[in-house]
Unconditional design. Structure first.
Length: 466
């Protein structure tokens, strides 16, 4: 059936030929699947761009650091992302006017999304703590928000006001004093009005209209002649150029996590609805032609049913070409011996998004260690988290979920250690300090302690200091 349809309509091939199958049932049940070389090869992908992109991004950053606004404008002319009228910065007044021009349904949706993200973020705000180590030794862990945040919001062919909400609201809750956004204009040289309206609702002070590595450079180095100061932290998702630029800046400017292409994995088996699972896979593939969409299941019959439904949805999808490329190059159907092996596959792959649609999802959920954001049950599509639940959708990709989590309030601040020590406390610590300093051959470290007690002894004896 698929071959006939493809031949007569010049359509992309059906999912069963688009998505590669990986049969891990022969690897055995349980955790054995995670050690299979075929899965290891798929899972060890990384979110870091190739060296050529890193090198080119480094050059663009250097140009923006040296040339400021002129270099930014030149880069936008070369690579796109600038406004048609040549302006580089949109100010608060223009953004607030855009907020006032939003239609009622859009304003209501944005307001609801902002409120939900704020509600979830508010519970994350850290508190300062004080710990007494020994009598006379007190350590405070003091929470301090980042003063100046730069948020990158993807744009260009499509606009993502939801990503603006996800990056700005936690920064506001953290207490950041200043937030500047960078986002590219569309191919026609204009900015999406909903994105601008969302920026106005969030009271953003300015948007730098630029994309790619040059936008990250403008945030990090500032645009002095535009009145834009350098930021202390750069956050936000983006393409390979954005990720490469953030990595090049790490060590000079703080960044969040490097984010590669969006990715999703679905663990499902009967009685899940194949059409529902197909829709979840299509949703993930829609992010872009390099977005992995992976089904993990125990049933060949169920896998075939999902494939049939994806093929049907693909036929009528508006973004059909992107979906076909994404599924063809990065889609997978992984067959496993049992659900425990499916969990092992998830933990090895560490997906950005994970959907669990099995008869009893909670025991499966309890065994998941590595995932950015998890959607549990038949009524939890990924798109709910993208727009409305309040959970953050800026998430670790490329396997980084093995070691880090979603963008959160703590990203936008730091803990400063404050150490208060009395004479009694230092006397208690004295032998520990001097013994370890001697073991490391750092005599001056020991001297900094001993000299205090020698000075005290001389003062008590009435001796003049030598």
């Amino acid at each position: 059936m698929t071959a006939t349809r493809s031949a007569t309509r010049s359509a992309p091939p059906a999912l069963v030929t688009l998505m590669a199958s990986l049969d891990l049932r022969d690897a055995g049940p349980g955790a054995a699947a995670a050690a299979d070389p075929r899965l290891v090869s798929l899972a060890r992908r990384g979110a870091v761009p190739d060296p050529a992109v890193r090198a080119a991004a480094r050059e663009i950053l250097a140009d923006v650091e040296r040339g400021g606004s002129k270099a930014l404008a030149d880069a936008s002319r070369r690579f796109g992302g600038g406004l048609a009228d040549g302006r580089l910065v949109l100010r608060r007044e223009e953004l607030q006017a855009a907020a006032g021009a939003l239609d009622d349904p859009t304003r209501t949706a944005l307001t609801a999304a902002i409120a939900n993200v704020r509600r979830f973020a508010t519970r994350q705000r850290p508190a300062s703590t004080v710990t007494q180590i020994v009598r006379g030794v007190e350590i405070q862990r003091r929470w301090v928000p980042v003063a100046r945040v730069g948020a990158y919001v993807p744009g260009g062919a499509a606009a993502y006001p939801s990503s603006l909400v996800m990056t700005v609201v936690p920064a506001r809750v953290a207490g950041a004093a200043s937030i500047v956004v960078a986002s590219p204009a569309g191919p026609d040289g204009t900015m999406n009005p909903v994105l601008l309206g969302a920026a106005g609702l969030l009271d953003i002070e300015a948007i730098i209209v630029a994309g790619g590595a040059q936008a990250i450079g403008a945030l990090a180095f500032g645009l002095p002649d535009e009145g834009i100061e350098p930021v202390d932290l750069v956050v936000g998702p983006g393409n390979a150029w954005v990720t490469a630029a953030k990595l090049e800046l790490a060590g000079r400017t703080s960044i969040d996590l490097p984010a590669g292409p969006s990715e999703g994995m679905v663990v499902a088996e009967p009685p899940a609805d194949p059409l529902r699972i197909a829709a979840d896979l299509i949703t993930q593939a829609e992010h872009g032609p390099d977005s992995p969409a992976i089904l993990v299941t125990t049933s060949t019959e169920f896998a075939a049913a999902v494939a049939t439904q994806v093929d049907a949805l693909l036929e009528i999808a508006p973004r059909r070409d992107i979906l076909a490329r994404s599924l063809g190059e990065h889609g997978r159907i992984i067959l496993v011996a049992d659900i425990e092996a499916g969990v092992a596959v998830v933990n090895a792959y560490a997906p950005e998004h994970l959907s669990i649609d099995v008869d009893d999802p909670e025991p499966v959920l309890a065994e998941i260690r590595n995932a950015g954001s998890i959607f549990v049950g038949p009524w939890a599509p990924e798109s709910a988290g993208d727009y409305a639940t309040g959970a953050n959708h800026v998430l670790p990709t490329g396997g980084l979920a093995r070691g880090c989590g979603a963008l959160d309030v703590e990203t936008f601040g730091k803990f400063i250690q404050v150490q208060r020590i009395t004479r009694e406390g230092l006397a208690t610590l004295r032998p520990t300090i001097t013994t370890l300093a001697a073991a490391e051959g750092l005599d001056a470290h020991a001297q900094a302690v001993e000299i205090r007690f020698r000075e005290e002894a001389r003062d008590a004896a009435g001796e003049a200091p030598r």
